[in-house]
Design a protein around this ligand. Structure first.
Ligand code: DHE
Length: 562
């Protein structure tokens, strides 16, 4: 059941809908035939429902390999063979319809019988290869809407930009800029489809938002009414973006990573002019070539001119040195599969990333450029960027939640501060698993807070999906309060679950903002809590507030405070 929710979470990989040319592959002789119309329909369903877990080329990632035929060498040297053709139409229909013990979910409540039969036929055919996307394509897509010399030279609005929130309105293809002080929507800007994340330039002036369709938009917060000043399409399907944060490189570069094609693009920070495209295809940590290693999270170091680029399918973590873009130096660190999201420890020397299919957290020491630890954790870790705080018994810890387990894991992290020297023996160990519920996506705290927040939007129980748990960090044995955010919002009952998702602090650490991710057509809200009293302070709602998900406070995102 949990896995089902996870799959539903992984649904909207939109890429091929926007692709005009796809390299059609020869069907195996014994594969069921499909008319052009059926194929188009199946392709759409595949990309909307299946690609997130199984990959565009169907090599498998979180989900199984779905090629018509595959063979691989087992650990004992024997050759194993399999494939969708071997499974056959009946078995495939059953797997798609009813799911498997291995984690495949049942689709009988999502797809019709005819659609299930169609999908079973479709996956016995060889996957089509979507087109590549070159440096030239990237350059041709690049648009400067307001040139740098036509932009303001100082902030032209009276807003407290530090406390501005960039909020994803997922299904409308927009981002709302909400004033954290007054809670007013200052601007709603058109962006790519289902913006995934917002990141800030080092100075805090520019917001970079990346759509799932690969459209990267640059917003200038200094304008009287903040608006998009440049755009570029970095690929057909993307999730990550970051900027150059090392001293001397303020607002100089941006980097965005794509799922398809598997590559990343380095750009000028203030215009998004593409400078370099780098493919991420290559060998997995198991020594096998992978044609579709998608770029998952990217973070920017403050101690070196470097980005940490996490490659999902290969399990390789790249440290990309941007001090000389023409002669790019990259350190490749082996970790585990499949890399997803992660964040810095409190010292910002170590980056911790979830290898979700391996149930591990990989920690990279960016000072020495090496893997510091691979830590076994509970099923399907999903940290977001994680959360850092000082544990009453174990000192500095970094926390991750789990999609597939009912705990929040606390991992001890090293510190140069002498007062924490006594905790050294615990470093890189799981020191506590706090009891939570499965289906968690994001955890959050703030250096000025005594509270720790965790959501559970993917929990199958409506009540839990609409609630968040809060712990008092002095006593982590159980949550101090479970808050039903949907009820607190005062919004009318809707058929769609209003998933309470992504807690985010205000710049001063006094408020926590939670999105209610409701139905596509439902007016929704962000509920703002007073972090000290855990009482509702404000419900931000508006007819334009449709499917709010990620929220990024300017100051906290700029300085990686979490
Ligand atoms: Fe995310 C972060 C990938 C579905 C909301 N998500 C990330 C990152 C990756 C990723 C690689 C890290 C980016 C970084 O730090 O550079 N997410 C994916 C998927 O592949 C997946 C499973 C399926 C898909 O097709 O996109 C997926 N994600 C979702 C959602 O359905 C969520 C809940 C709602 C939404 O808006 O789409 C969602 N993901 C987020 C958010 C972050 C994120 C809010 C940033 C967390 C942060 O605090 O930084």
């Amino acid at each position: 059941m949990m896995y089902k929710k996870l799959l539903k979470y992984a649904l909207p990989a939109l890429l091929p809908l926007s692709m005009s040319s796809v390299l059609a592959q020869q069907a195996p002789a014994d594969a069921p035939t499909l008319s052009a119309e059926e194929k188009a329909q199946a392709k759409k369903i595949y990309f909307e429902r299946c690609a997130g877990c199984h990959g565009v080329l169907r090599k498998g990632a979180t989900g199984k390999n779905l090629e018509p035929h595959w063979s691989k060498k087992a650990k004992d040297g024997s050759i194993q063979e399999g494939g969708t053709l071997k499974l056959g139409q009946n078995r495939l229909e059953k797997i798609i319809g009813y799911g498997t013990e291995g984690g495949m979910v049942n689709f009988d409540d999502i797809l019709t019988k005819e659609e299930i039969s169609l999908m079973a036929k479709y996956i016995q055919n060889t996957p089509d290869v979507p087109p590549e996307y070159s440096f030239k394509d990237t350059l041709e897509s690049w648009k400067v809407i307001v040139p740098v010399d036509k932009r303001p030279t100082k902030q032209m609005n009276p807003f407290n930009l530090k406390n501005m929130f960039s909020v994803t309105l997922r299904d409308t293809g927009e981002v709302a800029l909400i004033d954290g002080d007054t809670k007013e929507i200052r601007s709603i800007v058109k962006t790519g489809y289902a913006v995934h994340i917002s990141r800030l330039s080092k100075s805090g002036r520019y917001v970079y938002v990346i759509g799932r369709d690969g459209r990267l938009s640059l917003i200038d917060l200094w304008m009287e009414k903040p608006a998009v000043v440049a755009e570029v399409k970095v690929g057909f399907d993307a999730r990550s973006v970051d900027t150059s944060k090392f001293k001397g490189y303020d607002d100089k570069y941006a980097i965005a990573g794509s799922y398809w094609p598997p590559q990343y693009v380095i750009m000028d920070g203030d215009t998004l002019k593409p400078l370099k495209v780098v493919s991420t295809r290559g060998m997995t940590v198991d020594g096998e070539y992978h044609p579709e290693p998608r770029v998952a999270s990217i973070v920017s170091s403050e101690i070196k001119p470097e980005w940490v680029v996490n490659i999902k399918e290969t399990g390789q973590i790249l440290l990309v040195d941007y001090s000389d873009i023409k002669n790019l130096k990259t350190t490749t660190i082996e970790s585990a599969k499949f890399l997803h999201d992660g964040g810095w420890d409190a010292s910002k020397r170590y980056f911790l990333v979830a290898a979700n299919a391996s149930n591990k957290i990989a920690a990279v020491d960016t000072k020495v450029g090496k893997l510091a630890a691979l830590i076994d954790v509970a099923k399907l870790p999903h940290p977001g960027r994680g959360a850092n705080f000082v544990h009453p018994k174990y000192g500095p810890v970094w926390a991750t939640g789990h999609l597939g387990a009912d705990v929040v894991t606390l991992i001890s992290t090293p510190s140069d501060d002498k007062k924490f020297a006594k905790y050294k023996e615990h470093n890189w160990k799981v020191v506590q698993e706090m009891k939570h519920v499965p289906g968690n996506l994001f955890v959050k705290t703030h250096p000025k807070s005594k509270h720790f927040w965790a959501d559970s939007p993917q929990n199958p129980e409506k009540d839990l999906a609409e609630s968040v748990a809060v712990w008092d960090m002095a006593d982590l044995s159980k949550p101090t309060k479970i808050i039903n955010v949907a009820k607190d919002s005062g919004l009318p009952e809707t058929k769609a679950t209003k998933r309470a998702v992504h807690p985010e602090y205000s710049a001063d650490g006094k408020e926590v903002w939670i999105s209610l991710w409701g139905g596509k057509a439902d007016q929704s809200a962000i509920v703002v809590y007073d972090d000290a009293t855990l009482k509702v302070k404000k419900v931000i709602t508006d007819p334009k507030m449709i499917t709010p998900t990620g929220k990024f406070n300017v100051y906290n995102t700029q300085h990686d405070i979490y």
